[in-house]
Write a new protein. Structure first.
Length: 280
């Protein structure tokens, strides 16, 4: 299969799948999701993604229709049905199917979705350009919910500016990007926003922190400002689809590129870990 869609036990090519209109995702975006890369039919960091998925569901008081092990088994089985093993693996759960009402439906099971599509191995050495934007999202950014309209708007604004990501900030404090985490290198130290309610605790973020510690690069999980972002030696952006890349421009101004050797050590280690963990 070139693409795959799965919904509550039924699967097929994405364009052939249909969803009930009363699925609460249609009315409220009532659900959670997770996603990650796959190479050689091996899903990277699967345990971590599934753990976060279940945590997000718990935070919105939604019972999932399967156990963690059942979900992992399902995902491993579905990727084997694809023509290529290099994939984007996306899965979500919605709070059931019922006539529209804001309150939770009673005695209605949640719905499980999976989407698979080809994804080349990320190029960690590719530079990206960024814009900045005030973070006007709600205060539950630690939950990976389906309510992504502010991120959609910011991503479109970045695209129209010829950039690849938007960096959110609340006042002077940098939080994260529209669909990534953001970090800076300054004087040999990695600074990353603390994992509070203002950011998503990214899987790639956690791997970056772990790699820096193995490389004996100090890590500071403390807030930093837009000014510090602009003056950083390097700006790093992490996500499950990008792994880790660096920025060369923010709001049309050249940034970073002051610690190329340190940056290369980090990017080499990120790439090596991904290739090692997804060997055939």
């Amino acid at each position: 299969m070139k693409t795959l869609g799965y919904y509550n036990g039924t699967y097929g090519e994405l364009e052939n799948m249909t969803i009930p209109m009363n699925d609460r995702v249609c009315w409220f975006g009532d659900g959670v999701y997770d996603a990650g890369p796959c190479r050689n039919y091996r899903i990277f960091a699967l345990d971590e993604h599934v753990d976060r998925f279940f945590n997000s569901a718990g935070l919105i008081r939604m019972k999932l229709p399967c156990t963690k092990e059942e979900l992992k088994e399902l995902l491993r089985d579905l990727v084997k049905k694809m023509d290529t093993g290099d994939l984007f693996v996306y899965f979500q759960a919605t709070r059931g199917t019922a006539v529209r009402a804001h309150e939770f439906p009673e005695n209605v099971p949640s719905n499980l979705w999976v989407m698979l599509k080809p994804l080349p191995t990320p190029d960690v050495y590719k530079k990206i350009r960024l814009i900045t934007q005030e973070d006007t999202r709600f205060l539950h950014c630690n939950i990976k919910t389906l309510n992504l309209l502010p991120s959609v708007m910011a991503a479109q604004k970045a695209k129209e500016a010829g950039c690849q990501e938007a960096v959110f900030h609340r006042g002077n404090r940098v939080t994260e990007c529209a669909h990534s985490n953001c970090h800076i290198l300054k004087d040999g130290i990695l600074y990353t926003a603390p994992a509070d309610h203002l950011i998503l605790p990214g899987i790639a973020r956690a791997h970056l922190i772990s790699i820096c510690k193995k490389l004996e690069i100090p890590v500071s999980e403390t807030p930093y400002t837009v000014k510090e972002l602009m003056e950083a030696d390097e700006i790093l952006v992490t996500s499950s689809t990008k792994l880790c890349v660096s920025a060369s421009e923010v709001d049309g101004m050249a940034v970073g590129q002051k610690a190329p050797e340190l940056l290369k050590r980090i990017l080499d280690a990120v790439r090596e870990e991904y290739l090692r963990e997804t060997e055939a």
